[in-house]
Design a protein around this ligand. Structure first.
Ligand SMILES: NC(=O)c1ccc[n+]([C@@H]2O[C@H](COP(=O)([O-])OP(=O)(O)OC[C@H]3O[C@@H](n4cnc5c(N)ncnc54)[C@H](OP(=O)(O)O)[C@@H]3O)[C@@H](O)[C@H]2O)c1
Length: 361
């Protein structure tokens, strides 16, 4: 096994208290030791979800996955593919390709555990107490979901579609908690429209709320029964309603409450595209519940078994992918400056919902 690492290495650092400030910084290239592998980050996606990881970096421990060398700054996690460039782990071959959670950086050093033909679990001490799904790396040759020609769609949609799928499933499983209408904000986001796609025709009216500039795009998707702009909350139907909040905009929630009163039967926070996390503790204690996909996953593993859940997800994914392919224009870019530029673009909300950013760092 090879342990040479001739590459240079760098990180994109983001100020934790001001996500609009980002800097590229050289990083030391480590000597790969026994039990370690060094991966080059090859292809990652960047959407509002990654900005949310940063906005919730402290409270949800997202900053802990890839520790920053500089105090007050963080390395934002991204989903994507990486190639092994050096390995001193039995079963991890140089040149093999893995899908998983990667840093905004050129490389990642891992300490793999439970290595088999399907992948490995990252077991570096700083990651063992972090949520398990983020520590799993899937070997492309052992992953039934992998399609070489669709890596971009995989990177962009797959982590988001798990949440779309579990949210839609939770709603149907609970008969929409008595609601006749489901309202989703940030309706132009991939996670929201994935859920809307799954909810269409399930017995509830699905209404999308979006900003005026994204109205035409969101209407064009055809997965919402009705699309309104944020200004048009007063036109929401006065029927029992469940609000799935992807925007995290407190004023919008208040206007929805004012319009619907007791007809607002339930509210669940799925995202915070507005990047304003509720002050620590307040959400759970006084505000609406946070939707936590692993809770519904656990419930369904109990109902269907892990394989049953995976098969149902795979069926939904196979059906969704060709549809979603028509909803996104992939924008490719490469190099550290591109990663920094795309970070600024997505973080500032300038990206069109039609664009899916894929970067080769
Ligand atoms: N709970 C979970 O497990 C989970 C899992 C996946 C995703 N999510 C969350 O779902 C949300 C959407 O993520 P995504 O990756 O699907 O998003 P995306 O496809 O990148 O969505 C982009 C949309 O978000 C809104 N937006 C983006 N930047 C904004 C900004 N700076 N200010 C205000 N609005 C902005 C705009 O929608 P509008 O104009 O329509 O508002 C924009 O079209 C994120 O908050 C993400 O963290 C949660």
């Amino acid at each position: 096994m090879d342990n040479t690492t001739a590459d240079t290495s760098w990180n994109l650092l983001v100020r934790r208290d001001d996500l609009s400030t980002a800097e590229l910084a050289d990083a030391p290239v480590p000597q790969v030791r026994d039990g370690e592998a060094w991966l080059r980050v090859d292809r990652v996606g960047l959407t509002a979800n990654n900005v949310t990881y940063a906005a919730l970096g402290d409270s949800f421990r997202y900053w802990e996955f890839f520790p920053s060398p500089r105090a007050g700054w963080g390395i934002v996690p991204l989903w994507g593919f990486g190639d092994v460039v050096a390995s001193r782990v039995e079963g991890i071959e140089t040149g093999s390709r893995y899908y998983g959670y990667f840093p905004s950086a050129s490389h990642l050093l891992v300490r793999p555990d439970r290595v088999d033909e399907r992948g490995f679990r990252e077991a570096s001490p700083h990651r063992v107490s972090l949520p398990r799904p983020y520590n799993a790396y899937a070997l492309t040759t052992g992953d039934i979901a992998y399609e070489a020609g669709r890596e971009d769609l995989h990177v962009l949609f797959r982590p988001l579609f798990w949440t779309s799928f579990m949210l839609a499933d939770w709603l149907v499983d609970n008969t929409f908690l008595g609601a006749k209408t489901v309202v989703l904000s940030s309706a132009s986001s991939k996670t929201a429209y994935g859920a809307a796609h799954l909810l269409k025709g399930q017995g509830c009216e699905v209404v999308g709320l979006t900003s005026p500039r994204n109205l035409a795009f969101t209407e064009g998707l055809g997965c919402y029964d009705r699309v309104l702009t944020y200004e048009d909350v007063s036109r929401l139907p006065r029927t029992p309603t469940l609000y799935a909040d992807f925007a995290g905009d407190e004023q919008l929630s208040a206007r929805l409450g004012a319009r619907l009163g007791d007809l607002l039967v339930h509210q669940v926070v799925v995202g915070i595209t507005n990047q304003e996390p509720a002050p620590a503790g307040t959400l759970a204690e006084t505000g609406p519940a946070m939707f936590f996909a692993p809770d519904q996953m656990r419930k369904r593993i109990g109902d269907w078994g892990r394989e049953g859940l995976d098969h149902r997800f795979a069926d939904a994914w196979r059906e969704f992918l060709p549809v979603a392919e028509g909803w996104v224009d992939i924008g490719h870019s490469s190099g550290p400056q591109s990663l920094k530029r795309v970070w600024h673009e997505v973080q500032s909300g300038r990206t069109s919902p039609r664009t899916g950013h894929i970067i080769t760092p």
